[in-house]
Design a binder for this molecule. Sequence first.
Ligand code: NAD
Length: 480
Amino acid sequence: MAGQVRDYWRNFIGGEWVDAADGRSIPIVDPASGEVISEVACGGAADIDRAVAAAHRAFESRVLLQMTPAERGELMFGIAKQLDGLADEIAEVEVHDNGKTRPNGYKEVALTQRYLRYYGGMADKLEGRQIPLGDGVVDYTVHMPFGVSAQIVPWNGPLPVGARSIACALITGNTVVLKSPEDSPLSLFLFAEACERAGVPKGALSIVCGYGAEAGAALVSHREVDHIVFTGSVETGKSVLRAAAERVIPCVMELGGKSAGIVYRDADLDRTARNVARGIFHHSGQICSAASRVLVHRSIHDVLVEKLRIEAGARSVGPGIEGCDMGPVISEKQLARIEALCRAGVQEGAKLACGGRRLDRPGYFMPPTIFTGVAPQMRIANDEFFGPVLVVIPFDTPEDAIRIANGTDYGLAAGVFTDDLRLAHWTADRLIAGQVYVNDWWVGGVETPFGGAKRSGYGREKGQEALLGYVQTKNVGIRL
Ligand code: NAD
């Protein structure tokens, strides 16, 4: 054990805790130290096959559909309750395998419980329609589950991202095989424990850790998978879609972002700097909807940059267990990627206002970094860092700001900072993004639909709308 982290974890397949079929394991590294702290069973194609077979059997048995919708809701409440007893251990593993701060580790548990209770409460409220066809005919629609839902989640927030999709799938009667991220799989094993204790039927949920190219690819191309929910990068998303196209199955795609906050000259600059800094530096920028670009009216550019630099400098960077504000990024590979993109920015002529290279200490620590003098066509203005790096781009007119904001391949989130309500509406109307935040970053949450436009994906998670991605409409017409 390293601290409270167990030495070895098995996969949860068909209601049993099992080693990998071929006996392999994956070392789990603490990004705050670079040291191996644990091992997990390394699921491969054979393990995925076993999990999908169990999910298929569970679906065919109608075990979930024989429960009333309210009972499926109760099941979600039960999982949420079980998480109470696991919260300390989950927070601990989030610190050690994910690099979260301890308060964030606890927040992930609370957020997961919110998702479970929100969707548990929705289980008996997803209603069909009755369509009037005149005398002698009764016609109605029902929401049908797809069958086996394959779910793939990334390492940055595996617990809430996994739990919200699992909850949507189970309350609508689908069964699930989830491939957990190889870099930070531990919290989802504890989630599986909560599901087991709460009485989720055997086979209705399997959680298998394995490498993306093996377990992930085997899962999305499996012949008995009927539905895919993928959260991750655009590149991997494309290969998932190719596999889905072979079998013509529906997908919910939650991909990357390069989200821009537009700051007009009348904005409250102290508040804006606080919100933008939180939007990009929270969890070291490893959030798909991070505020990774700030577009600022030229007249207030220098004042805002100085306030952002002060915000950046006020953050302590170090291990979550030491109570620092910002933890490490997930891996050496990710840190090297962020640094390389920073070097590209300098070579392209952008200026570093702060940060730009790793901290000289063990672990994978990147300080808050701000680039100025950034032009919209530069790589650093278009490529996702997925790290604590903000690029600042000046603009002259609202039309300019819209053009720059909409000018990347992504369309996940966007923000507007202004006291002028008309300008806020005008801007929100023209931004191509799945969600627009006005005068804050991350306005909304569990209850509000979340997803991408353009290469950021399609389909929605969160909110009531998410449920529609887990069901298909069946119309029943009856001649009396
Ligand atoms: P990634 O695409 O490398 O990996 C995501 C998941 O896909 C992992 O579990 C991985 O094992 C799996 N995978 C890898 N290759 C696969 C394959 N060939 N077939 C099937 N699965 C495969 O992404 P990442 O680097 O882990 O995560 C960061 C990315 O995720 C960023 O682009 C970020 O913006 C995005 N993200 C999006 C959201 C959202 O809701 N839109 C949320 C979090 C992260």
